[in-house]
Design a protein around this ligand. Sequence first.
Ligand code: SF4
Length: 327
Amino acid sequence: MTAVEIMDLAGTDQSHANTIANCLYKKKIDDILLFPGISKKIREALNERSYPGIFRPVASEKSCDGTIKYLFRNRLGLEYETVYMPDIKRHTVCVSSQSGCRMGCPFCVTGKYGFRGNLSVQDIINQVISLPEPIRVTHVVFMGMGEPLDNIDNLLKACNILTAEWGLAISPGNITVSTVGITSGTEIFLKLSKCNLALSLYSPFPEERFRAVPAEKKYPAHRIIDIMKSYPAGKKRRMSIAYVMIGGINDTDRHLYGLINLLKDSRIRVNLLPYHSIPGDDNTSSSPDRMQYFKHELVTSGISASIRKSRGVDVSAACGLLASGLK
Ligand code: SF4
C-alpha cells in the first residue's frame, strides 16, 4: 500500500501531510500515537496501517577527534555504517546508500565486504534523523558504504526529502553525492537534483585508474568528467574530484600534470585526501608536503583545490574503511 493510500484510508488530507512530515523530519517523533496536531482517531488509524520508520543505531564508536561511527541494522537485517562529524559550525552526517557495494574497489573495505543490498529511502533518511545527538544536521555527504548512483531512484527521493521545505530543509549546496561514476546515473542525477557531485578519480590515466576502480572499464572517468563539464557548476552547486593520494603510486609529477590537463578550463575543483591503509595493504598516504605541493600546483594552474582532513581514523570511520567491523 502506498503512503497516499494509507493516508486516504486513515481519513487524512493535505494539512495532515504537512503535520506528519513535520513530526517525522523536524521533530523526529518515533511514535505515531504521540504526533501532535492530529486527532486521536486519525493517529490510531495511521498507527494501525503504518510505522514511522525511525529506528536507532544498534552500536556506536567514538573517535578521539569527536567523530562518531554508528552501526545500523534495518528490518531486512542489512547492516551499514553512518558517520557523524561534529565541527564548530557544521554538523555533517556521512550516510550509506547500500549495505556493502558491488563496485569492488580493491583499496576499500566496503568493496571487500561485497554487495548485500540497496538501502531504501527510509533507511537513508533514518541515518540523518535518528542519531542520538540533539543537533540539527547542516551537511549530508553520501560517502558511506555503497555507490549512490547504483541506487539512483532511492538516492533521488532521499535528496528530495533532505532538501524539501516540508522535509529536512537542508540546502542542496550542503549535500554532496560521491561516486566512482556511472554514466547514466550521473546524467540523471545532474538533471534531476541540485545537490553537489564528487567523482572519485584515483588516477588521471585510464589503465591505472582501472586497477583501483574497476568501474573505469564500463564507465570511463573522462566521460563522466565531460558530463560534469556540460553542467557548469552554479554558485551553489559544486562539482569536484576526490583524489586519494597514495605515496609513490599516484602522486608523481606525471599524475599532477595529467590531473591539470584533465580539468583545465573547467570549474571542477579538486579535494585531495590522505590514503588510509586497509588490512593487508602496504601502501601509505602521500606525505603532507607532497599533498601541499599538489594543492599549490593545481591552484596556480587555475584549479580550485583543498586538502581534506582525515576524521575518525582510530574507529575505522574514515574514507574507505567503513564495514571494517561487519561480518
Ligand atoms: S570506494 Fe566506493 S564505489 Fe568503490 S567499493 Fe568502496 S564504497 Fe564501493
